[in-house]
Write a protein that binds this ligand. Structure first.
Ligand code: UD1
Length: 365
């Protein structure tokens, strides 16, 4: 049973569903409905050829407690009726921890084991909802599938036995490498009148950057400063759009080129052609490293340090200032684009989902 709920889950689940099919295993997909807009969810099913979910829980947006609780209530009967050998939860969103908790508590009754895809990432920032979700999901899991070797010491430090951990690499990069040729054909940058390597793509949605007016203002002023040098395309997450309006910061969007959330293929096409990407997303830090595009991350730290040590990522100085963001952009621009795969860590090779399926089979009784 594969679980997906929010936008960053879909590109991780897609290659696993296909690899399970190829190996002759049966799988069912549960969509929790945490994300529900066409742009945040349905378009990913089309772009990534994911089968329609067998179960749609339709929970939608709410506070953390209500959203997590609704997912748990709706997931429990599905799990009890299906009793799969495995539940596989990806990433670190509320859907991940909600379904993990249900699965681990029903284990005695269902015999179902729990696997966490993208295990072992740590920001060590307990204020982030995603960090809470990651740590607790790992603690509940029978099998921890890690995307990079830097995850291993994090898990060992928490006392997780080595035989529960399997290195599989980065499944999200399976999807990226599979879709890149078709994404390039879409030539979204050219359609927007932008030349390859001559513009910046930005994304912003972390609560720490967008839920506080002063922090959001700094981020937008930083992007405005970059826009004096090159066009900046900001794809606006629904959370950020709401906050910009609520805080009366709309005028700071004026120097930027604003789009709605882009579909997977459009975003990949655009990021692949960018000079630099500025982001607070976890997934985009990994995608830019795989594409060899320089990335500036607007966070105090990253749970994906391999993108700093081996990849193309760098952190803007903390606490963020508009000047610090712009200076880090200048350094990233000087670093330049290095091409697909030139700086990819081990296991970011398009075969991670195969290894995940092998690990599941090996850990099965
Ligand atoms: C969630 C994840 C985050 C991930 C991000 C990617 C958690 C704790 N956070 O944050 O890790 O990086 O998704 O997008 O799970 N909304 C819409 N349409 C949608 C979905 C959401 O308009 O399809 C609006 C809702 O009104 C909501 C807001 O966006 O208030 C935030 O959605 P939510 O699911 O709470 O968290 P994200 O900020 O998207």
């Amino acid at each position: 049973m594969l679980v997906a709920g929010a936008r960053p889950n879909f590109m991780k689940i897609a290659p696993v569903q296909k690899a399970l099919d190829r190996a002759g295993h049966r799988s069912v997909l549960v969509h929790t409905g945490q994300h529900y807009d066409d742009k945040m969810s349905d378009s990913f099913f089309r772009d990534l050829d994911i089968r329609a979910p067998e179960h749609h829980l339709g929970v939608g947006s709410a506070s953390h407690a209500v959203q997590t609780a609704r997912i748990m209530e709706a997931f429990e009967p599905v799990l009890l009726a299906t009793k799969p050998d495995w539940v596989l939860v990806p990433g670190d969103v509320n859907s991940t921890i909600a379904c993990a908790l249900v699965a681990v508590k029903l284990k005695e009754r269902t015999g179902t084991r729990l696997a966490h895809l993208e295990a072992g990432l740590r920001s060590s920032d307990w204020r982030m909802p995603e960090e809470v979700n990651r740590v607790l999901t790992d603690r509940c899991s029978d099998l921890l599938l890690i995307p990079s070797w830097d995850a291993l010491p994090n898990l060992e430090r928490e006392g997780i036995e080595r035989d529960r951990i399997a290195f599989v690499g980065n499944v999200m990069i399976d999807t990226l490498l599979d879709r890149l040729p078709a994404a390039r054909e879409r030539a979204i940058a050219a359609q927007m009148g932008l030349a390859t390597g001559e513009f910046v793509v930005a994304t912003l949605h972390r609560p720490s950057n967008v839920d506080d007016p002063a922090a959001l203002e700094v981020c937008l002023r930083g992007l405005g400063a970059i826009a004096q040098d090159r066009p900046v395309v900001l794809t606006l997450h629904p959370r950020t759009a709401k906050q910009v309006e609520g805080f009366g910061l709309g005028k700071l969007l004026q120097p930027l080129c604003i789009t709605e959330p882009l579909g997977y293929m459009e975003m990949l096409s655009l990021v692949d052609a960018a000079a630099v990407v500025v982001t607070d997303s976890g997934g985009v830090q990994e995608e830019t490293t795989a594409l060899g595009v320089p990335c500036v991350t607007l966070r105090e730290q990253t749970e994906r340090p391999v993108t700093l040590t081996e990849g193309t990522n760098r952190l803007a100085p903390w606490p963020l200032t508009a000047e610090g963001i712009r200076n880090t952009y200048v350094a990233a621009l000087a670093q330049g684009r290095v091409g697909v795969g030139a700086k990819s860590p081990e296991g970011w090779d398009g075969c991670a989902a195969e290894r995940a399926v092998e690990a599941l089979a090996k850990a099965s009784p």
